[in-house]
Design a protein around this ligand. Sequence first.
Ligand code: DGP
Ligand code: NA
Ligand code: NA
Length: 216
Amino acid sequence: MVETKRGKLILIEGLDRTGKTTQCELISKRNNYKYYKFPNRETPIGKIINSYLSQQNYDGKTLSDQSIHLLFSSNRWELQEEMKKNLLDGKNIMLDRYVYSGVAYSLAKGIEGMDYEWCFGCDRGLVKPDLTIFLINNGNADNDGFGDEIYEKKEIQAKVRQVFETIFTEKEKKEYIKDHFKQLDVTGLGIEEVYEKVESFVKEEANKDSTNFIYF
Ligand code: DGP
Ligand code: NA
Ligand code: NA
């Protein structure tokens, strides 16, 4: 019996407007990867998340910070079985945001009691990416480019970035980061220039043997 080789799970993380979605879509189109984006705003939970983020039909009081945090996590859990099934079927997956966004955006709020362990807690057990690519863009410091959603503000983005960097340089370093993390500075680069770099990371990972699943 021939065993199917497990597919790779590759994640792109970063602040808003760093080009994550564009790159994930290009990789999935050109290399036949499945594409998952979190939050997935189409599920029942995703619809609540969408109204929170866009602040439409939402009075700002219905959901506490803890509650929205758990909904973001739940949104990842909603699709977990399907993702694992695809991977076991040998399909490669590109992920647009995942656990690290979950931790970073909530930690950045600085809410008492919502520390790193608390924020990570509900995501423990999700399958870990084989590779995480963290996009950094130093070009939009003035942030005229941000949209209207709840976190798309200069001060919030600066805090989120700090938290991302802490996670990737301290928290996750020991067990995981060395082989599974690439930081990519995309400042001033065009879409195809970024793509070339992202694709080379993706191909390098795709050529490695697949291990058993690792978990958060
Ligand atoms: P996007 O659709 O990629 O622009 O993401 C929507 C916004 O939600 C963006 O500002 C990042 C934020 N976000 C994504 N995932 C999470 C999460 O798990 N928790 C929190 N609090 N925010 C998140
Ligand atoms: Na956004
Ligand atoms: Na995006």
